[in-house]
Design a protein around this ligand. Structure first.
Ligand code: ATR
Length: 285
């Protein structure tokens, strides 16, 4: 990127601990460049014990940032320290996107919108179904359960090895969300139209269980939030069994859209060139 554009425009960050593996600078850098906008977006590592100080420096303007993204392990604290967390992040208890408006620090969570926008792009009509199965009940599953519920799914079955974690989520997200132990997976898949893997199973060469998807509705969609590899073992099995699959990379790309628009003033587009850029980066590491 040319220096003058970086020097003069709004400055945004992604913070986490650690943060050096984040691909967000690549995504936002691509949009700044292709839209020809002044501004910068960079990784800014902040340790947990000084995160509150960092938020103070954002609020008083001394950091020079207009806002940014927040990732593990700071999402809960970002939510708590923001002046104006929106409703989505209030229900989740976590925020991943911050921006200043007249000295007031606003916060939202864009993970759920990233999830639905990815499916809207790659498999329109995915939301015609009434029943979804969410496999996993960790941090990543929350925004997805919320988004699927808010899209109108009537039954959302959360299945987890540790059933207590699934129960917590059923309590949090209301009567349409049901908790089950791992042994119930086959039963709840019966007739479901959407299957989402939110566990880390199959990530980056790790083993994944053999799953039988054949009880899903005939036109069901199977998706995974893991995107390394792009076609995870769970997606490969679903495809072999004749189901449509959607990989998780688009969720990462689409969740970045609302923040970029807040900080830099233009709504960016997730296109094939951006996807190609991130895939090439993944392949080179
Ligand atoms: P994240 O915040 O990224 O979702 P997490 O909170 O550690 O990460 O959650 C990981 C998810 O993968 C959890 O649902 C976890 O199940 P538990 O709650 O029972 O730990 C699931 N998971 C990880 N390894 C698993 C395994 N070997 N078998 C079944 N589930 C597994």
């Amino acid at each position: 990127m040319d220096d003058s554009r970086e020097t003069f425009g709004p400055k945004a960050f992604v913070t986490g601990f650690p943060i050096k593996h984040s691909r967000s600078p690549l995504i936002h850098g691509y949009w700044l460049k292709t839209l020809g906008l002044p501004g910068s977006y960079r990784a800014h590592e902040v340790a947990p014990d000084v995160f509150a100080d960092f938020i103070d420096s954002l609020k008083d303007g001394s950091s020079g940032f207009v806002g940014g993204n927040v990732t593990i392990p700071h999402k809960e604290l970002a939510f708590r320290l923001a002046d104006r967390p929106d409703q989505l992040s209030q229900e989740l208890g976590a925020s991943n996107t911050l921006w200043l408006e007249e000295g007031v620090l606003h916060a939202t969570n864009t993970d759920g919108r990233g999830f639905t926008a990815n499916l809207d792009e790659r498999h329109p009509g995915w939301d015609r179904h009434e029943t979804a199965v969410v496999f996993g009940a960790g941090g990543a599953s929350r925004a997805i359960i919320q988004a699927v519920r808010d899209r109108g799914f009537k039954e959302i079955h959360v299945v987890n090895r540790t059933v207590e974690r699934a129960r917590e989520l059923a309590d949090r997200f209301g009567p349409r969300v049901h908790a089950h132990p791992a042994g119930a997976l086959a039963e709840v898949m019966n007739g479901a139209g959407l299957f989402i893997n939110t566990t880390s199973l199959g990530m980056d060469g790790e083993a994944a269980p053999q799953l039988d998807f054949t009880a899903l509705a005939a036109n069901a969609v199977v998706t995974d939030i893991v995107y390394i590899p792009l076609k995870t073992p769970i997606l490969a099995q679903a495809e072999e069994q004749g189901f449509s699959i959607v990989d998780g990379l688009g969720m990462l790309l689409h969740q970045a859209v609302p923040g970029f628009e807040k900080w830099f003033g233009k709504r960016p587009v997730v296109d094939a060139a951006l996807r190609g850029l991130i895939v090439a980066d993944m392949e080179s590491h």
